[in-house]
Every structure is written in structure tokens, then in C-alpha cells.
Write a protein that binds this ligand. Structure first.
Ligand code: ADP
Ligand code: MG
Length: 242
């Protein structure tokens, strides 16, 4: 069974079908890149999966459970984590303190309370190693570079046991070095986590994607490997706007 099964999903905003009869299947542990021209419905699709937006119709099943009707925090509890374009970290708190806040926010995280608000430090250390921020645990989040702030946000999702992580243009504004480190991080998360990434940088997509889905006008236009998508005539036309 696929981890995420979306069927006939649609949402309308004042007569405009931002997502239109979308079918999408995502396997556990894969990295799916979501591509498409501006306004194609990519961000809205992530909003629908995490529960920020309610659909007009259709079905989203995660690990066999129908998500419709579940609120955003309930989906987070199921293991769905969303990283937004503007990072939501506390600049005045240290990296470690930000992870404690993330842990205490997670409804199932009784451990955070048990350790008197300090959070589960063993988990924090493990997660910070994973995202390459082990040396920065005591640094205020406001003093991190742009890339480091993005990794902190991913670390916050990892401490909350998110299995499916949704990311909207995670490499936007990153330096080349930061982008490369992010690609390494994603490849390392592959297998243990499922990632759905909206991304425009094709060289990044080539490095990380197991599979690509291209959206246009709210619907799925094409799906396949990087090579298949790069040679797809309909995709080329959609991007050129013919
Ligand atoms: P993408 O992320 O692919 O660029 P979006 O999902 O942001 O596209 O938007 C898809 C369409 O839905 C666009 O035409 C956008 O203007 C419209 N849209 C998105 N969110 C809203 C909203 N909250 N209210 C009205 N229209 C919206
Ligand atoms: Mg968008």
C-alpha cells in the first residue's frame, strides 16, 4: 500500500479550481519533486495534504487513514510535517531550545514534559547531528545563516517524528554550498522519511528526486523519472506557455 494516496482531489477559490481532480500516489521513503509553472497549484496541494486548506472534494489517505475532516495538528500527530517558505523558528532561543519547543508542541511528546521543559536531549543531539547542526546547539537561532535556519526547521520536524515531510522551495535563497548540503541531507533522509518537495532548481531536482510529478492548472500533467520529464513534450509546452 502506498503511504499517501490522493484521489480526485479538488479545491476552488472563488470559482477558480486551484487543484483540479488531482490523483497522486507516494510510496514510503521516496523523494517526490513537485514541479510546474507559477499558479499550477503546487503550494495548494501541500496545504491540502497538511490540512491548512480543506478541499472542495476528493480523498487523501495517509497510511490507510482518510485525512479529510482531520485538523492540521491532528495530521501532524499522524506524522505529516510541513515546512513553510518563511521559517518559523524562535530567533531569541537557541537551536536546542527551538527543538525543545518543537518537542513540547507535539501532542504525543510526553517525554518533553517529563524532562521539565528541556526536551529529550538525546533525541535533540541525534537530530542535530543528522542535519549538520551539532556544533550550533547553543547558538541563538537569530544568529544562524539562512541555510542553517532551514536545517533547524527540518530538525524541528524530525524531533516531532514527522514521517512525511512537505517542503515548499526549501533551497530558495540558499548559497550553492548550502544547496549542496541540503541535497546531501535529503538523500540521507531518503528511505527513513518520505519527502514531497516543491522545487524549481532543476539541478537540485536531478540530484534528489526519485520521481517527478508536474502540475499545470491544478491537475497532473506528467509523472516519471527525471529523464522522462525532461524529454516530455507536454511539459516543455506548459513551461513555455504555448
Ligand atoms: P503554485 O504554488 O503552483 O505557484 P498555488 O498553489 O500557490 O500555485 O496557487 C494556485 C492557484 O490558486 C493560483 O491561481 C493562486 O492565485 C490561487 N490561490 C492560491 N491560494 C489561494 C487563496 N487562498 N485564495 C484564492 N486563490 C488562491
Ligand atoms: Mg507555490
Amino acid at each position: 500500500m502506498a503511504q499517501l494516496q490522493i484521489q480526485n482531489l479538488h479545491v476552488e477559490f472563488g470559482g477558480l479550481r486551484a487543484v483540479d481532480n488531482l490523483d497522486l500516489t507516494v510510496e514510503e521513503g521516496e523523494i517526490l519533486c513537485l514541479l510546474g509553472p507559477n499558479g499550477a497549484g503546487k503550494s495548494t496541494t501541500l496545504d491540502l495534504i497538511c490540512g491548512k486548506t480543506q478541499p472542495t472534494g476528493g480523498s487523501i489517505r495517509f497510511q490507510g487513514t482518510e485525512l479529510s475532516g482531520l485538523l492540521e495538528y491532528e495530521r501532524a500527530r499522524c506524522g505529516i510535517g510541513r515546512k513553510f517558505q518563511v521559517p518559523s523558528v524562535y530567533k531569541e532561543l537557541t537551536v536546542a531550545e527551538n527543538l525543545s519547543v518543537a518537542q513540547s508542541r507535539h501532542p504525543g511528546m510526553w517525554r518533553a514534559l517529563f524532562t521539565f521543559g528541556r526536551g529529550d536531549t538525546a533525541t535533540q543531539r541525534r537530530v542535530l547531528e543528522r542535519v549538520g547542526l551539532a556544533e550550533k546547539a547553543g547558538v541563538k537561532a537569530g544568529n544562524l545563516s539562512h541555510g542553517e535556519t532551514q536545517w533547524l526547521e527540518i530538525a524541528m520536524l524530525l524531533t516531532q517524528d514527522s514521517q512525511l515531510i512537505l517542503m515548499d522551495e526549501p533551497t530558495a535563497g540558499m548559497t550553492i554550498q548550502e544547496t549542496e548540503k541540503t541535497a546531501d541531507l535529503f538523500r540521507q533522509l531518503r528511505g527513513s522519511h518520505t519527502l514531497i518537495i516543491v522545487e524549481h532548481d532543476m539541478s537540485f531536482v536531478r540530484r534528489v528526486a526519485d520521481r517527478i510529478v508536474v502540475m499545470n492548472r491544478g491537475a497532473k500533467l506528467a509523472e516519471g523519472s527525471v529523464e522522462e520529464i525532461e524529454n516530455n513534450a507536454a511539459v516543455k509546452t506548459a513551461y513555455l506557455g504555448h
